[in-house]
Design a protein around this ligand. Structure first.
Ligand code: GLP
Length: 242
């Protein structure tokens, strides 16, 4: 694992955006893994500025999101499909038909998970996965105790994650879905390159466990230690327990 500690969230975003720009320069048809949550917002803003400045282009790129809530109506603003469009894909020159996500409204959710795995395999895998970390060490929605070899599947959200995410649902815990579809830890580890971003003191313990802790299903992000090409970009608050 390569760990970079930057002075500000803006510098964190900029360094992470460099990795994506470098990839797209050498491989304009790269396959990107996109994360939702607040952590990558700075990267997406930085990348959209670079697209406007014609420094980078997503014209040939494809993208796969990590996860999706189960059962949110198609027009719900917190559906991750909608969120990723609002915060990133509509601001850059990516072809919207090449942006994919698991279908949290499928009649057969297990079939939707299998289809998503097949789509990722079919395109040749993810070249670069952007990741945030939950305060409990989750990646995507792989909550503590997730199998480190897991694939895309249905998961129950922990109370902690539902509480953390209730801020996106008007602070109404009851409005936060109870289930999700998520790429598995095993799916994520197959990406050829992974860029993790974390800022703020609330992430310090999860970052400590991910980078320095023993590899454990109780801290799913610690499985990233097995990956040969991970860049972890932190601000000093997120790095304060290293
Ligand atoms: C969410 C998402 C994850 C994200 C994490 C951290 O629940 N499913 O993909 O990385 O929790 O969120 P944030 O970046 O808002 O702290």
């Amino acid at each position: 694992m390569e760990v970079a500690i930057e002075g500000s969230p803006q510098q964190v975003a900029s360094l992470a955006a460099d990795a994506i720009e470098n990839l797209l320069t050498s491989r304009p048809d790269a396959v990107l893994g996109l994360a939702t949550g607040s952590s990558p917002i700075g990267i997406y803003d930085e990348l959209s500025r670079r697209v406007a400045a014609e420094r980078v282009s997503f014209k040939g790129a494809s993208a796969f999101t990590l996860d999706e809530y189960v059962g949110l109506p198609a027009n719900h603003p917190q559906r991750y499909r909608t969120v990723i469009e609002q915060v990133f894909t509509r601001k850059v020159d990516i072809d919207p038909s090449r942006v994919h996500g698991p279908d949290g409204n499928a009649a057969d959710l297990e079939a939707a998970c299998a289809a998503y795995e097949k789509a990722i395999r079919g395109i040749g895998g993810i070249d670069l996965q952007i990741l945030g970390i939950g305060t409990d060490g989750h990646i995507a929605f792989n909550e503590p105790s997730s199998s480190l070899g897991s694939r895309t599947r249905i998961k129950t959200l922990t109370q902690q994650t539902r509480l953390d995410n209730s801020r996106f649902f008007g602070d109404h815990l009851d409005a936060v879905p109870t289930h999700c579809l998520t790429q598995g830890v095993g799916t994520i580890l197959e990406a050829r390159q992974i860029v993790v971003v974390a800022t703020g003191r609330a992430k310090a313990e999860a970052v400590h466990q991910a980078v320095e802790g023993p590899v454990s299903a109780m801290w799913p992000a610690s499985a990233l230690q097995f990956h040969p090409r991970v860049l972890v970009v932190l601000d000093s608050a997120a790095a304060s327990r290293l």
